[in-house]
Design a protein around this ligand. Sequence first.
Ligand SMILES: [Zn+2]
Length: 173
Amino acid sequence: MAQSLTEIAKDLTLTLVEAGRLSAEDMPDTLQKTHAILTALKAQEAAGTPMPVSDAPPVNWRKSITKYAVACLACGQTFKQLSRRHLQVHGLDGRSYRAKYGIPRTQPLAAKEATARRRQTAAEVKPWEKALAYVQTQERDGNTAPKPEAETQTDTAETTAKGRTEEKLRRVV
Ligand SMILES: [Zn+2]
């Protein structure tokens, strides 16, 4: 059976003390540090990758968002879009969910395909052009729309006929 990390750390520290490299009062501190280093090394060995300095969340949120689905990191359920309603089940909202799993605030909680489609739709509709068209329509109507009283006073056959028809309608009603 292999020695525990504590035993190894103790042995190493004692070796230093015996060699005269370490005073007895520095021993507890050194023992702790040695143990911490050994723990990190062991974890690194087990993972086969360098140890991250911070204790980063064990889940990789990037893997939770694929082309066709987004997986809830709290329960593993998959969706097209992670709804506010579902997050409420875990007592979270979009903001706290992102914070909990280290997801950037700009990252949509939706399948990549859904996000791409929404971007495309937005590009096709071009809201700014819509707004511009609206402004232009308002301006045009404001300039050319005839005033109600002017309409009945015009001499053109069309508007007079229209005026008569409206008159008839008013009487019928
Ligand atoms: Zn969930």
